[in-house]
Design a binder for this molecule. Structure first.
Ligand code: X90
Length: 277
């Protein structure tokens, strides 16, 4: 096994065609139940359970051992993690990478901090697969994908910031808009990899136009788009229609959020990753 891609489960991907792949699961912990974000998780059932659950629900990133398991015996490993400013996943992966390379001379691991999550991680993984298939060397792939990462972005719309606020993952400014009924927050992953609020939107109809406006401000010009939605397929279809109205040839893929992103983005939440030039 030569090349392997590893994503933590915030990348909303449990299986990946045409290339060796493993997903490092995050966990959602409650007093009553523990949810492991792997391919066995029933995300809809978890979202339903959490709706009525009132206690604390911290999350936990994959540990070093879990990353080591993901690496298996691959020669070249490319890891993509959720932003290191909001999670310990990048640190776990980096420690695992160093240990793996020490224990297995000649093998190589590179950890990409996505500075983002969900669909932006998916775009990065697609680019990794493309270069692996082209037969580029490990070093070339690392260099090119680090450069590619700078050209992708993430915007999102959230109906509730309840879990983000409860677990201390957003700034005081973002927390201010949380919980106001009927107000949705549109934001982006900042260059530092934090959640940056951009606009407050009243009424579901204004969400997609605001998201698209922010995409254009960030430089969107018809590149690939991946949308991950939490029980909000209609809004995702609107993103597709809005993008393709202007760029009929644009590739737009719609997916469901996995466990971790469903927990934090909550019901109705939507994340949009996209390429700029
Ligand atoms: O290590 C852990 O326990 C995981 C903590 C993750 C915290 C943030 C998850 C955000 C998920 C919400 C909207 C997008 C925000 C993007 C900011 C870069 C999705």
């Amino acid at each position: 096994m030569k090349n392997k891609i590893v994503l933590d489960s915030s990348g909303d991907t449990y299986e990946f065609a045409d290339v060796d792949f493993a997903c490092a699961p995050l966990k959602i912990l409650t007093d009553a139940r523990e949810f492991v974000d792997d391919s066995n998780l029933d995300v809809a059932e978890m979202v339903e359970f959490l709706k009525s659950y009132k206690g604390k629900a911290p999350t936990a990133c994959p540990g070093v051992g879990e990353y080591m398991d993901c690496f298996g015996d691959a020669e070249n490993v490319y890891v993509v993690t959720i932003t290191g400013t909001l999670s310990g996943s990048y640190n776990s992966a980096s420690t695992a990478a160093n240990t793996y390379m020490e224990e297995n001379p000649g093998r190589k691991v590179h950890v990409f901090d996505s500075l983002s999550t969900g669909p932006e991680m998916i775009l990065i993984s697609y680019k990794l697969r493309e270069y692996i298939k082209e037969g580029l060397s490990f070093e070339e792939i690392v260099e090119k994908v680090e450069a590619y990462k700078k050209t992708t972005h993430l915007v999102f719309a959230l109906e509730s910031l309840h879990n983000l606020v409860n677990n201390g993952r957003v700034s005081a400014a973002a927390a201010m808009v949380a919980g106001v009924l009927g107000i949705r927050m549109v934001g982006k992953a900042s260059e530092e990899g934090t959640l940056e609020p951009l606009a407050k939107v009243k009424g579901a109809k204004k969400v997609v136009p605001e998201l698209y406006k922010q995409m254009e401000i960030l430089g969107y010009k018809g590149g690939k788009v991946v949308v991950c939605q939490c029980e909000n397929p209609e809004a995702a279809e609107k993103v597709r229609a809005t993008v393709q109205e202007k760029y009929p040839q644009a590739y737009v893929e719609i997916r469901e959020t996995g466990g971790l992103c469903s927990f934090y983005a909550e019901r109705g939440g939507m994340l949009v990753g996209f390429e700029c030039e």
